[in-house]
Design a protein around this ligand. Structure first.
Ligand code: SF4
Length: 676
């Protein structure tokens, strides 16, 4: 029997596509984009159009496994679900009896689903009283910067980019990581819009824009302030909008006037004339739209940089138009009832410590102390692959290699992290479970129905945490809630669930031009150039340029700045094991400008050693002009064991945190490179 099942892409991507899975006799034959869902328009990226291949991949974990070899060796024996769960519950119970904070959940956006993400897992760890995890590894600097300026993670509706006359793509390789936005930008281009890309790397997207501003990493705030300088000097300002809908204009104006294009040019490493020309375009074109993305906030000043860019549309009144303004994230529009899903009330007055997932390397190696609390004795990893994705991975590896650390990993594949598990539990894919999805790139809710039965003995995350809850003696009724009910709980009666069931997606009632008349969700109701909330914390109330911790030119030993944007056919560390996609990427590479390569005697396609005080990484040099002089691009995120020497680019990145949002600084990293 042939059937088509509606679903949602679970991956950490702003497009949140609606899927149609064709199923015959219980087997998924193909996964396609739903043509009825406007943001998807029937198109999936290459990665997810291979989802059936991924689902039936020969490397899929099909049964629970128990470690038999040393940590990291990846040697396991099969074990029954009951035996595995009994033993895991027993081990957790013993640790919890001493101090439940010694147990750490570790998870992120391996699925963006609200149910298989933090619903039953949240309940379980709250009831247990485990350490809380600060889930900051991707977007929290930008989220905080946006929230301090606009009031929440809100912005333009993506569909209206197609009507813009000027589109500034800031810190995004949209062709690789925001494909459906790129379709809209192209539509605007065909109608005569000008496209400008701001990115330290000459990406596929930059190549296809009219203009590429190839600035140095971590200098975006300086560029934004210089654009403001020009808007002020030439009076390309909407004074009425500034008067009625902003806070702190006079102070911001003074700050901007300190940033002449010449000063910013020195900092950003781009010509002053290019800054002037961009300011002229931005100040004299309406509607003008900025598609900001997360690459630029992965540096020390990432929060401030987001604030500076987010101020721009209010200076020119771009928000008056539905095709004007800025989009970083739409996730703040979604009325998700996280308290009902995750039940923090189960903490029952306890306030466990919080561990920042960015600093897992240090924290797994930290002994017990009055300041830190108990040493971490158990880690439960789900929806994440910290060995590959967390910074300074040499330390992360040493932490997970601790013989006294009890590690449980819920996974679909034998990732780098899975190799360090004491118990490795087979997890379902998106084709095998219920879920419900918000988006951070459009404004629809999507429902994911299971298209096939779980492959092998795979179980949903919710089922695993339910089963553990029973064994731990957690008898609160919430642990019996099934996944269909959890999908309803996610939004309560704030969305039309019946319509969602019928169509697979439902739109939120977001106005076309949400800030045409102000009404920002800030405390003042205005766009906050000056943030009282930040000032009260002793921080600068205005956005400013904060130089990188590891600014280019600040180290004689490590003269090159490295960024680590995603390889086009991978999504974080997902898909690296899908052969048809890995064959396109071929091998881990470091892009180098010909001048930097020649200076070091490095030939194209030769093996190089990339290093700094934190570690070293072996990969192939790709000598080309995608890298600007002084900056190298280490494309990520390869599984370590599929790399050249069992390492990946995160050997080199640091565990320091951003100015706002406690986020990682992956793109704030100095290195040098030698022939290997
Ligand atoms: S990864 Fe992004 S573009 Fe690809 S199918 Fe998923 S949501 Fe769509």
């Amino acid at each position: 029997m042939l059937a088509t099942v509606r679903g949602a892409c679970p991956h950490d991507c702003p497009d949140t596509c609606a899927l149609l899975t064709t199923v015959q006799d219980g087997v998924a034959l193909k996964v396609q984009g739903n043509p009825d869902h406007p943001p998807t328009a029937g198109v999936l990226c290459k990665k997810v159009s291979h989802y059936a291949e991924r689902t039936y991949h020969p490397g899929r974990l099909l049964q629970p496994l128990r470690r038999v070899g040393p940590k990291g060796a990846g040697r396991f024996e099969p074990v029954s679900w009951d035996d595995a769960l009994d033993d895991i519950a027993g081990r957790l119970r013993a640790i919890a009896a001493r101090d439940p904070q010694a147990i750490l959940p570790y998870s992120y956006c391996g699925t963006m689903g609200l149910v298989q993400g933090e619903a039953m897992a949240g309940r379980f760890f709250h009831k247990l009283g485990a350490s809380l995890l600060d889930r900051t590894i991707c977007a929290s600097a930008g989220a905080e910067g946006l929230t301090q300026t606009l009031g929440a993670r809100v912005g333009m509706k993506v569909e209206f980019f197609a009507e813009a006359r000027l589109i500034v793509i800031w810190g995004s390789n949209s062709i690789a990581s925001n494909l459906h936005f790129w379709r809209l930008a192209n539509e605007a281009k065909r109608k005569g819009a000008r496209l400008v890309c701001i990115d330290p790397r000459r990406t596929e997207t930059a190549e296809k824009c009219h203009e590429h501003v190839q600035l140095l990493p971590g200098t975006d705030a300086a560029l934004a302030l210089a654009l403001m300088h020009e808007l002020v000097v030439h009076d390309w300002l909407d004074h009425d909008y500034l008067d009625r809908h902003t806070v702190g204009w006079e102070a911001l104006r003074e700050r901007a006037l300190q940033w002449s294009p010449e000063r910013a040019a020195q900092v950003c490493g781009v010509p002053a004339e290019q800054i002037r020309a961009l300011a002229r375009d931005y100040g004299t074109t309406q509607p003008a739209a900025i598609r900001l993305s997360y690459g630029m906030q992965r540096v020390r000043g990432g929060g401030n940089a987001t604030r500076a860019v987010a101020c721009l549309p209010a200076l020119t009144g771009a928000w008056r138009h539905r095709a004007g303004g800025l989009l970083l994230s739409t996730s703040g529009y979604y009325p998700v009832d996280r308290a009902a899903l995750q039940r923090p009330d189960l903490l029952a007055g306890r306030t466990p410590r919080t561990i920042n997932m960015v600093q897992i390397g240090d924290d797994l190696l930290r002994p017990a102390s009055p300041g830190f609390g108990p040493a971490v004795e158990a880690v439960i990893v789900y929806n994440s692959n910290p060995l590959a994705v967390a910074p300074e991975s040499g330390k992360v590896v040493r932490g997970f290699a601790r013989e006294d650390l009890f590690t449980v990993v819920l996974e679909q594949f034998r990732t780098d992290t899975a190799d360090y598990a004491d118990y490795l539990l087979p997890a379902t894919t998106q084709l095998e479970h219920w879920d419900i999805h918000a988006s951070f790139g459009h404004t629809d809710v999507l429902l994911n129905r299971p298209a096939i039965a779980p492959v092998g003995q795979a179980r949903t995350n919710t089922e695993v945490f339910r089963a553990l809850a029973v064994r731990m003696g957690f008898d609160d009724p919430c642990f019996a809630e099934d996944d269909g009910s959890l999908c309803r709980t996610a939004f309560g009666d704030r969305i039309d669930y019946d319509a969602l069931r019928e169509h697979g997606f439902a739109s939120l009632p977001v106005p076309d031009a949400p800030f045409a008349d102000g009404n920002f969700p800030t405390p003042s109701g205005r766009c906050e150039f000056f943030s009282e909330r930040l000032a009260r914390q002793g921080l600068d109330g205005l956005p400013d340029h904060l130089p990188n911790y590891e600014a280019i030119g600040s180290s004689a030993r490590y003269p090159l700045a490295m960024i680590s944007p995603p390889a086009r056919n991978f999504l974080n560390s997902t898909f690296v094991n899908v052969e048809s996609l890995r064959d396109i990427e071929v091998e881990p590479v470091l892009e180098m400008h010909p001048l930097d390569a020649a200076e070091r005697g490095i030939a194209d396609a030769s093996v190089v050693r990339v290093f700094n005080d934190r570690g070293e990484y072996l990969c192939k040099a790709r000598v080309n002009a995608r890298a600007r002089p002084g900056v190298v691009n280490g494309l990520g995120i390869w599984w370590r064991k599929l790399g050249l020497q069992g390492t990946n680019v995160n050997e080199l990145t640091s565990q320091r945190l951003t100015d706002l949002g406690r986020a990682p600084v992956f793109y704030d990293c100095l290195v040098d490179v030698q022939p290997a």
